[in-house]
Write a protein that binds this ligand. Structure first.
Ligand code: SF4
Ligand code: ZN
Ligand code: ZN
Length: 313
């Protein structure tokens, strides 16, 4: 199988783009897909600074690499959640990649700040560990954007992540989530702009990118993710994609083009006020969910802000 752009041996076929690509042209093609998303969804002006949330996994490392390769001013942060071996290995991958690309990586460690990890912190959360983890991550993202003066926070969500989340939200008609499901969420009253530049790339394409560029990433999923329904949705979509290449792409990108404006126009604006403890935006007239989560474990929520502001003094 030859590359459709040159005479070299192709290493990957992307059926939905009718493309067979050699190593060089695969890297170029995937980076072009990222640039296309950045432009189409007005994610990031070329001269603005961005911070990438990295987990040590393939998607976030590929994203950081692509942004740097294409000349963006991209720094990164990693959150050590204190999940046994998983956190240890993923942190090593994140740090060794940062060294390799001479990138600016900030690390926030829950065990160092609080002498505990996400499993313990989430014990009081009536929902799941992932729900507590999500709210802590979102809080940390906003604080980094604020103190580091970044235009946006970029995450490594890929097409499979976005399409499976869309399927889940649609099956339950979660109109609130559907109105917010965008690869580029503008900043709002102190909440940072959030962007997903890999939303046009499938999971196996970011994996192929990392292999081609010799990026060492953690293969294991977070152990807390076991049994998550997103895996079932991904399996359904993968089966459909096998039978009809392009299904995921159409499902997600056509949703953004056609259906999402409807949900957006029916969105109820939420008024944000300042959290009485940390001063960050919250929709409730009491402590924000992050402060409540930390206080319920007798942990000082202000430590996170102090630590992050210290990075930028
Ligand atoms: Fe956090 Fe859950 Fe993701 Fe693990 S799987 S990193 S606990 S959100
Ligand atoms: Zn080629
Ligand atoms: Zn707060």
């Amino acid at each position: 199988m030859k590359c459709f752009k040159c005479d070299s041996q192709a290493i990957l076929r992307i059926k939905r783009h009718k493309a067979t690509l050699c190593e060089t042209h695969l890297v170029e093609h995937l980076q072009n897909q990222m640039i296309k998303a950045i432009k189409k969804f007005k994610m990031l002006p070329p001269n603005e600074k961005v911070i990438v949330a990295i987990s040590g996994g393939k998607d976030s490392l590929a994203l950081w690499d692509m942004l740097l390769d294409r000349g963006y001013k991209a720094d990164a942060f990693y959150i050590d959640l204190g999940i046994d071996e998983y956190s240890k290995t993923s942190m090593e991958k994140a740090q060794s990649f940062a060294e390799k690309v001479s990138g600016n990586l900030y690390t926030i460690s829950l065990p160092k700040l609080y002498n505990t990890g996400i499993k313990e912190i989430s014990r009081n959360n009536p929902r799941s560990a992932c729900s507590a983890c999500g709210l802590i991550k979102r809080y940390i993202m906003n604080i980094f954007a604020k103190y580091g003066n970044y235009h946006a926070v970029a995450t490594g969500h890929n097409l499979d992540d976005e399409a499976s989340s869309l399927l889940g939200n649609t099956l339950r008609w979660q109109t609130g989530y559907l109105s917010r499901q965008s690869p580029s969420m503008p900043s709002n009253n102190g909440l940072a702009k959030k962007i997903k530049p890999l939303c046009r790339l499938a999971e196996k394409e970011t994996a192929a990118y990392c292999i081609t560029k010799n990026i060492d990433y953690i293969l294991e999923e977070c152990p807390m993710a076991q049994g998550a329904s997103s895996f079932d949705y991904k399996e359904v979509l993968n089966n459909l994609e096998l039978k009809s290449p392009g299904t995921k792409d159409q499902f997600y990108l056509d949703f953004l083009r056609t259906a999402q404006p409807y949900f957006k126009s029916n969105k109820q604006d939420i008024t944000l006020v300042k959290c009485p403890t940390c001063g960050e935006p919250t929709s409730q007239d009491r402590d924000c969910s992050f402060c409540r989560q930390m206080k319920s474990n007798q942990l000082d929520p202000l430590k996170v802000k102090e630590e992050i502001s210290g990075f930028f003094k």
